[in-house]
Design a protein around this ligand. Structure first.
Ligand code: 5GP
Ligand code: MG
Length: 178
């Protein structure tokens, strides 16, 4: 797997340190009481597992599938909710976790849906945010790292379903991408 990586962008130790700080910010900012955390699958799985174990409070964890990428390295623009079940968020404070903020369409669509479902407040945390002009004007409340506008994998992020288990964020060799 390491042979397919051209460049390590953010290594494991640096991610861990950043998650310590993000968890503290989250713990400090949210009002007392049980928080509902929604993990967007599958990309935010690794980020969420490592972040949430650093947040010292009672949490309810929900997951949600969102389809927006459909396999390639370019966004298609459409956001689907393929799950039959939608998390119960009426009257709740919600923390939404995603792997990366790119065009902004995913966070925009999911946030809107959560508000439509009656969430009191929706805050968002992403491991990565690409430095670019977004199709939807959204800013995450908590950002792990700002990165250049290039396609990255690892730490939950995939290329065609693979590389999510890389313990760091990196860029694939061009020879691997087709
Ligand atoms: P947005 O809706 O903001 O355009 O994109 C969000 C989703 O696109 C992310 O949850 C992620 O699945 C995918 N995505 C965007 N940029 C990248 C990237 O550089 N690498 C990978 N693996 N996925 C990305
Ligand atoms: Mg994805």
């Amino acid at each position: 797997m390491r042979n397919d990586i051209e460049r390590v962008l953010i290594d494991e130790a640096v991610i861990g340190k950043r998650l310590d700080a993000m968890a503290q910010d989250i713990e400090r900012d949210f009002p007392r009481g049980t928080l509902v955390v929604i993990i967007l699958l599958k990309g935010a799985l690794v980020f969420a597992a490592d972040l949430l174990r650093r947040v010292p409070r009672v949490l309810e964890i929900e997951t949600l599938n969102v389809a927006s990428y459909h396999g390639g390295t370019e966004s298609t623009g459409k956001v689907d909710f393929p799950d039959r079940h939608f998390p119960e968020v009426k009257g709740r404070h919600v923390l939404l976790l995603d792997d990366i903020l790119d065009t902004g369409r995913t966070l925009h669509a999911v946030t809107q849906r959560l508000i439509d479902e009656g969430a009191v407040a929706v805050h968002t945390a992403v491991l990565l945010a690409k430095d670019k002009i977004r199709a939807e004007e959204v800013a995450a409340d908590y950002v792990g790292f700002q990165i250049d506008d290039e396609f990255v994998v690892g730490y939950g992020l995939d290329y065609q379903g693979l590389y999510r288990n890389l313990p760091y964020v990196g860029v694939l060799k061009p020879s691997v991408v087709h």
